[in-house]
Design a protein around this ligand. Structure first.
Ligand SMILES: *Cc1c(COP(=O)(O)O)cnc(C)c1O
Length: 423
């Protein structure tokens, strides 16, 4: 934090000593962090007793708010049985129930679920499934991936090259790894023709096309129409290439439907889920494959064994949390809440359009974005004094609140954005 109003904030001893030891994400060592001692619903309680309304929801994942009692109870009951079991040779109810539920919940003929512990790894698993599928089906030379400008698919070595090499956060790694083929999203005739040509020229060497449906999150909350996604699906079909959808951010109601791809009336071949899968409580991710892909792995072929198996795969606490989260989606009106949030975000962020320095305001489901004509990192310290936990990045101020947020709390967040955008 900078600014005089924060200098006297109480700092507990663990914070003073620990800050010299932790390595913060995407930041230099001196990056500031706020000591939090409790989190409940949409409220974070700081060590000095102050409360902030959470506009970010644990990096877009805490869809039911913090500390939902139903998730706590499910995790606690699982903890009494066991927190974890190795997933090779041992089976447990939470993971088996969750896998079967996901195959029923996700539209399309998804028949197999591979569990991992982070979104990045679930994308890597999707890539490996596509590579091995190519080997099984006699396309050993198909070893590359096609991704889109503005995209982001994780921080690991194989997912970094799928991100936008110029705009993405991993630009310093450009040239270090085998780059993905890169295309513009097919949003008009020219870009559609360009993608069609690129696929026509390169389909032979492409194992899969990878894209975030409807909203490119970490690339700056860029939104595209469902028709764009439908075009990608159509071109993948035309050229016989698998489509991997990364719904790690968009999944579980964030864009207004349970999964963003439903709005385009298409189904991917491989689907990656994480973030809100466990309600934003415990690390969990899932990679789902449709029947034809899964069936290829039933063939008698040396590549028909997926060579992956993390130690904490299908962690029992995380799977219990995910089952409880899905129960909440069944019992409570999350999609209606997302629709209400969308309407409110539109109404309350729209006035920002008139402000100097604002270049765009856009809303999709429970995602509200005010894009500025400059980098916004320097504005971060302005929000806590307004009682808001909002974390601008790149050139945007944005909200991705819990779907359970109340109208009054959301109004306080949008008011904070309007105020900071105006100054
Ligand atoms: C967050 C995110 C990832 C990476 O997930 P981690 O759990 O942070 O590894 C990948 N793709 C998208 C679209 C994401 O939003």
């Amino acid at each position: 934090m900078t600014g005089s109003d924060t200098a006297e904030w109480f700092e507990p001893d663990w914070f003073e000593t620990g800050r010299k030891a932790v390595w913060p994400p995407y930041a230099r060592f001196e990056a500031e962090a706020l000591p939090v001692v409790a989190a409940s619903g949409v409220r974070l309680t700081l060590a000095d007793g102050r409360e902030l309304i959470d506009g970010v929801a644990n990096w877009w994942s805490a869809c039911h708010g913090h500390g939902h009692p139903a998730i706590k109870a499910a995790v606690s009951a699982q903890l009494d049985r066991f927190p974890h079991l190795m997933f090779a040779g041992l089976a447990h109810e939470s993971a088996y129930r969750l896998a079967e539920r996901l195959t029923r919940l996700v539209p399309g003929d998804f028949t197999r679920v591979f569990f991992t512990e982070s979104g990045s790894v679930s994308v890597e698993v999707g890539l490996k499934i596509a590579l091995q599928y190519a080997m099984i089906t006699g396309r050993r030379f198909a070893t590359r991936f096609l991704a889109f400008r503005g995209g982001y698919h994780g921080d690991t070595l194989a997912t970094m090259p799928l991100a936008d090499p110029e705009e993405g956060m991993h630009a310093m790694y450009a040239g270090v790894f085998n780059p993905a083929l890169l295309a513009d999203l097919p949003e008009d005739e020219a870009t559609t023709a360009a993608l069609d040509r690129l696929l026509a020229d390169s389909a032979r060497e492409i194992a899969a096309v990878v894209v975030e449906p409807l909203v490119q999150g970490a690339g700056g909350m860029k939104m595209h129409a469902p028709e764009t996604l439908a075009t990608i699906r159509r071109l993948c079909d035309r050229h016989g290439v698998l489509l991997i959808l990364d719904e790690i951010f968009t999944g579980f109601g964030r864009t207004g439907t349970m999964f963003a791809f439903e709005q385009a009336g298409v189904v991917p071949d491989i689907l990656c889920l994480s973030k809100a899968l466990s309600g934003g409580t415990l690390p969990l991710a899932a990679t789902l494959a449709r029947r034809p892909i899964a069936e290829a792995f039933e063939r008698d072929h040396p590549a028909a064994v997926l060579m992956h198996g993390p130690t904490y795969m299908a962690n029992a606490l995380a799977c219990a949390a995910a089952n409880a989260s899905l129960d909440l989606f069944e019992a409570e009106p999350r999609l209606e809440q997302a629709a209400r949030i969308e309407a409110q975000l539109k109404a309350e962020l729209e006035p920002c359009c008139a402000l100097p320095g604002v270049v765009d305001v856009r809303v999709k489901g429970a995602i509200g974005v005010v894009q500025m004509d400059r980098q916004t990192d320097a504005l971060r310290h302005r929000f806590p004094p307004l009682g808001a936990w909002i974390r601008p990045f790149r050139d945007i101020l944005y909200l991705t609140p819990s779907l359970t947020i109340g109208e009054g709390d959301l109004s306080r967040l949008t008011a904070a954005i309007r105020r900071v955008a105006a100054s």
